[in-house]
Write a protein that binds this ligand. Structure first.
Ligand code: NI
Length: 221
């Protein structure tokens, strides 16, 4: 399941981030790639300083308060956050994200996300392309929007032809490890909310709520 989340960040938050990033130091992105992803990774990422940790916290908070992100990802941990910059000619070739990432101990990547920090009009090219079994789909979202996709997929960032692409990327270790189960829960919660909006707290609503809670008890780890 691939889900786009509109307006994860407000205009005010984007202004603040853009201003902070315009004077921040960026380092070679290959520092945080696995040995084979290093071969195709060509971008820059925000250097680690106390100031940049505060910026990442800011992004993490936006994810935590967003109900759609919570319903899609059911995060146990949001981790390994990076703020990346692609200038003219930069790209990130086809790769799969590392399954385990070092944090305090190792955390699993179940879902990957990209938050677009500047306008798609600010750069040409630079699409995030996610591969399916026999198809591929390019994504280039509005500033402040996010895409969440399974970390199991091959993906790439096409070369930026002109301008500059700014994104925050990161990973989620989910309470519900299997994507199929997360999708079932997401569909049931969507139906539950819609039923409540139409008819209130009916007998059917109570049964649906019971099933969602009991599936979570079975599947959460
Ligand atoms: Ni990736």
């Amino acid at each position: 399941m691939i889900v786009c989340i509109p307006d994860l960040l407000t205009g005010k938050e984007l202004d603040y981030l853009e201003k902070a990033l315009s004077v921040a130091d960026f380092a070679d992105g290959r520092l945080t790639a696995g040995w084979h992803a290093k071969l195709v990774k060509q971008n820059q990422q925000l250097s680690k300083t106390p100031d940049t940790e505060a910026l990442k916290d800011f992004v993490r908070k936006a994810l935590k308060r967003n109900p759609l992100f919570q319903a899609v990802a059911r995060p146990r941990a949001i981790h390994s956050l990076l703020i990346s910059r692609y200038q003219e000619g930069m790209s990130y070739g086809r790769h799969v994200d590392n399954a385990l990432m070092k944090s305090s101990g190792f955390l699993r990547s179940d879902l990957s996300f990209t938050i677009f920090l500047n306008s798609p009009d600010a750069y040409e090219g630079g699409e995030l392309v996610i591969e399916g079994a026999d198809s591929e789909t390019p994504y280039k979202l509005a500033a402040g929007s996010a895409i969440v996709y399974p970390s199991t997929s091959l993906h790439r960032v096409d070369p930026v032809v002109s301008g500059e692409r700014l994104v925050a990327v990161g990973w989620v270790q989910s309470l519900v490890r299997q994507a199929e189960r997360r999708e079932i829960l997401f569909d049931l919660v969507t139906a539950q909310r819609s039923l409540f909006a139409k008819e209130g707290k009916t007998d059917e609503f109570d049964l649906l709520s019971k099933s969602i809670a009991n599936l979570l008890r079975m599947w959460a780890e």
